[in-house]
Design a protein around this ligand. Structure first.
Ligand SMILES: C[S@@+](CC[C@H](N)C(=O)[O-])C[C@H]1O[C@@H](n2cnc3c(N)ncnc32)[C@H](O)[C@@H]1O
Length: 221
């Protein structure tokens, strides 16, 4: 099993190579340039499928402790995670998205950082929501990212991962920046390497939308 990467508070990249750092900087910059457009199209919860809202709400209610919205974008899902006075922290690469999140919820910490080197301590998070935020991660960097999500989860903590369902590691054109599809079958062993066990999974193939996958994975107690 791979060990978790060293924690460096506030680091934006994991230092495993200039190529990867450049890709990640590019993802944040690409979302910065299109943030207004994205917020107009996807910035409200009612612009997302009801089934997704139900799934995330159910997961939130079953997941005690502080919640991390990993790749929070403009904080759309932070709104839902925080319902009932839950403690939530958002992390994203995009400064423009973080500014929107902070305007919307001044009391919620929105931190700039990469999911490959989270600015959070080990075992400090009860649940991680990574909702379509690993889709831009080059396949060879995904194990590092998943190990990092596992590192911040406390024992018995839970990960809810939303992804584009398809050929594992296959790139596809995305309006903002190159993205990759995954499948539950391909993610199960990668998550196991990160110390996480898949306990639930879902697929959504709606006409006119990219096929969606979601899974819940747990860190052992
Ligand atoms: C498709 S958007 C989803 C945003 C949000 N989760 C939502 O569902 O509205 C992908 C988001 O993930 C962020 N992201 C992608 N890779 C990231 C990484 N390595 N570290 C931090 N954020 C990342 C992007 O900046 C962007 O905000």
């Amino acid at each position: 099993m791979n060990g978790p990467p060293a924690h460096r508070a506030g680091a934006v990249v994991d230092g495993t190579g200039e190529d990867r750092a450049t890709v990640l900087r590019g993802v944040g910059a690409a979302y910065d340039t299109r943030s207004a457009e994205y917020v107009a199209l996807f910035g409200r919860l009612d612009q997302h499928p009801a089934a997704d809202r139900t799934l995330v709400s159910r997961w939130r209610d079953a997941t005690p402790g502080r919640l991390l919205d990993a790749g929070c974008g403009p904080g759309t899902w932070v709104e839902l995670l925080a319902a009932g006075d839950r403690q939530v922290v958002g992390v994203d690469l995009s400064a423009a998205f973080l500014a929107v999140g902070r305007r919307r919820r001044p009391a919620t910490p929105f931190l700039q950082g990469s999911l490959t080197a989270l600015p959070l301590g080990a075992g400090t998070i009860g649940g991680v929501l990574a909702w379509y935020s690993v889709i831009h991660t080059p396949p060879d960097a995904l194990p590092t990212l998943l190990a990092e999500l596992g590192r911040v989860l406390r024992p018995a903590g839970s990960l809810l991962l939303g992804f584009v369902d398809g050929e594992p590691g296959q790139s596809f054109p995305h309006a903002v920046v190159t993205a990759y599809s995954w499948s539950v079958d391909a993610l199960v062993p990668l998550l196991a390497e990160a110390g996480l066990e898949v306990v639930e999974h879902h697929q959504r193939h709606d006409p006119g939308h990219r096929p969606g996958g979601a899974l819940v994975a747990r860190r052992p107690a």
